[in-house]
Ligand binder design. Structure first.
Ligand code: FES
Ligand code: MG
Length: 574
């Protein structure tokens, strides 16, 4: 099997043993019906599955795993599927993001502790993708990603509605008195009408695009609908491919180079991707020791146009995106901006993968010469209100608000916001700047998607559709508006965001990349003395998280998780 000069396959440190140890490692697995020759040194492929009914977006992954196994067997591998913590974006309180790093620890330790030579990551819903990538990166085995794929287009009364984006629009219509409560409830079953992840270019679709742009999946992974037979075909091919990746020793760190991250940042701009990708890719780079900073997002991606006319920024949905050619068609348009030599999971370069990618619909995927939106990437803002940076997605913002000075209307936390925003007596108009504190990594805790604060009903009724909003929170990838996010340092660690008071003047200048609180330093110092730290959680994960989470500009990973520990485990369990 292995020649003497070739290191023994990792799984053989379990299965290749004689005596009592080998008995332990093989005997219990034989209870699955595994014949003895499956332990002969063939690549053992772990299929890391986030299937869960509590993460309904990932509910197709059980079936998908069976197709991966077909491919693994066919290529001469030995597949073993295992579950890991699955983060359902819509169900988990206080926010699924609180658990991204916890799930990544589950993934990392499950891979390292077990007799696995290569890994297939089955992911879909927002946080399931980064949690699996992060965990797997800290082990660094040959690894390939497979996304569950987006759900079919939502449809309500003959019109398309998109995941998340539709909820946000319709709930504002209810608040403005334009839609009845019964109609709103009826629309629930019309939006997510098939298995699959959100079918807007929200965080799930964005992260699936990141997986593909990083080279961590086979081409077309991002957009094939969850229920399309071609998704199952892709699963089969992914199973075949991971066996070869083990034979080639094609580890994650060979794919996830600085060039791969730069390609992903550019892809994010070109598809109009979610701001959440910023945090997840920074954390992923940290696991691999790839130098990547928040500023890179602006330097590398901000000048690129958005080519995909997809909700929340545009009109179409992921199904349309796939039929139009999907991510390969977009990447082919920005080919001059990409590092085409970047290696991908299929063993070919990114350039080879996209060389002939066709576009079938120029309404959905525009050409580089006639883009959907110019300069669409993430802008990184700095100033005394965000010394370590804050971000805004100009393509989702209102052009007239990109340069704006206004009076701050401050909410101390999300409860304060919810208690007062519908109050007709609230002293606010459309020129004000809404400020929300204590929703960052430590403050919420978990940095919830509450940064796109709903507008006051009295302004909605007057036809106001956007205002400048600033917070240390994130926002859903399906959301839109002139929303400044990820202010760092956050209010809960005493960042200057904590010091803003009602009536202060705030200046936002996106072209100038500036976010300024117009209060003199002496006054800020007086306020700083009065500031009190938030209470530390008493125990458990929340405590560990609170003590170790890093700020948003570093990717909000735990400081103790940065880097990797490789795949070696020397001791036996018995
Ligand atoms: Fe799961 Fe959007 S809520 S993918
Ligand atoms: Mg989301």
């Amino acid at each position: 099997m292995d020649s003497p000069d070739k290191p023994l396959r990792r799984s053989q440190a379990w299965f290749g043993r004689e005596g009592k140890q080998g008995f332990y490692y093989r005997s219990w697995l034989k209870s699955l019906g595994v014949p003895h020759d499956m332990f002969d040194g063939r690549p053992v492929i772990g299929i890391c599955n986030t299937w869960s009914e509590l993460a309904p977006c990932n509910s197709s992954l059980r079936e998908l795993a069976e197709h991966v196994k077909r491919g693994v067997y066919e290529a001469g591998g030995f597949p073993l599927e295992f579950p890991v913590m699955s983060l359902g974006e819509t169900q988990m309180r206080p926010t699924a993001m609180l658990f991204r790093n916890l799930a990544s620890m589950d993934v990392e330790e499950s891979i390292r502790a077990n007799p696995i030579d290569g890994v297939v990551l089955l992911m879909g819903c927002d946080k399931t993708t980064p949690s699996l990538l992060l965990g797997a990166a800290s082990v660094d085995l040959p690894t390939i990603g497979l996304s569950g794929g987006p759900a079919l287009s939502g449809n309500w009364r003959g019109n398309p509605i998109g995941s998340g984006t539709g909820v946000i629009q319709m709930s504002e219509m209810v608040r403005a008195g334009e839609m009845s409560q019964q109609e709103f409830v009826d629309a629930e079953a019309c939006m997510q009408r098939s298995k699959g992840s959100c079918m807007t270019m929200g965080t799930a679709s964005t992260m699936a695009c990141m997986v593909e742009a990083l080279g961590m999946s086979l081409p077309e992974n991002a957009a094939i609908p969850a229920v399309d037979a071609r998704r199952f075909r892709l699963a089969h091919l992914t199973g075949r491919r991971i066996v070869r990746m083990v034979e080639e020793d094609l580890r994650m760190s060979r794919i996830l180079t600085r060039a791969a991250f730069e390609n992903a940042i550019r892809a994010n701009a070109a598809v109009g991707g979610s701001t959440n990708a910023v945090i997840h890719l920074l954390a992923l780079a940290g696991r691999l020791g790839v130098p990547l900073t928040l500023q890179d997002w602006d330097d590398i991606g901000s000048k690129l146009p958005c080519l995909a006319d997809l909700k929340p920024s545009g009109q179409h949905l992921m199904e349309d995106f796939y039929y139009a050619g999907g991510l390969p068609a977009v990447l082919r348009e920005i080919v001059g901006e990409l590092d085409l030599d970047a290696l991908t999971a299929n063993g070919r370069t990114l350039g080879e993968n996209i060389a002939d990618a066709p576009c079938w619909n120029r309404e959905v995927i525009r050409s580089i010469d006639a883009p959907f939106k110019p300069e669409a990437g993430i802008a990184v803002l700095r100033g005394n209100l965000a010394p370590d940076g804050a971000i805004v997605k100009p393509s989702a913002a209102s052009p007239h608000l990109l340069r704006h000075r206004g009076r701050a209307v401050v909410f101390e936390n999300i409860e304060d916001f919810r208690a007062r925003i519908d109050d007709e007596a609230l002293d606010i108009d459309e020129t004000c700047v809404m400020v929300l504190k204590n929703c960052g990594p430590r403050g919420y805790p978990g940095m919830a998607e509450v940064g796109n604060m709903p507008l006051p009903p009295k302004l909605l009724r007057r036809g106001v559709t956007d205002m400048v909003r600033i917070s240390d929170a994130r926002m859903s990838g399906t959301a839109y508006g002139t929303v400044v996010l990820h202010v760092s340092p956050e209010a809960a660690v005493g960042g200057s965001l904590a010091l803003v008071r009602d009536g202060d003047s705030i200046e936002l200048d996106v072209p100038g990349r500036r976010l300024h609180l117009d209060v003199d330093e002496a006054e800020l110092e007086r306020r700083r003395v009065e500031w009190r730290e938030a209470p530390r959680p008493a125990r458990g994960w929340a405590r560990l998280y609170f003590d170790h989470v890093q700020q948003a500009h570093l990717g909000a990973d735990l400081d103790i998780l940065v880097g990797g520990s490789g795949d070696l485990v020397e001791r036996d369990s018995h």
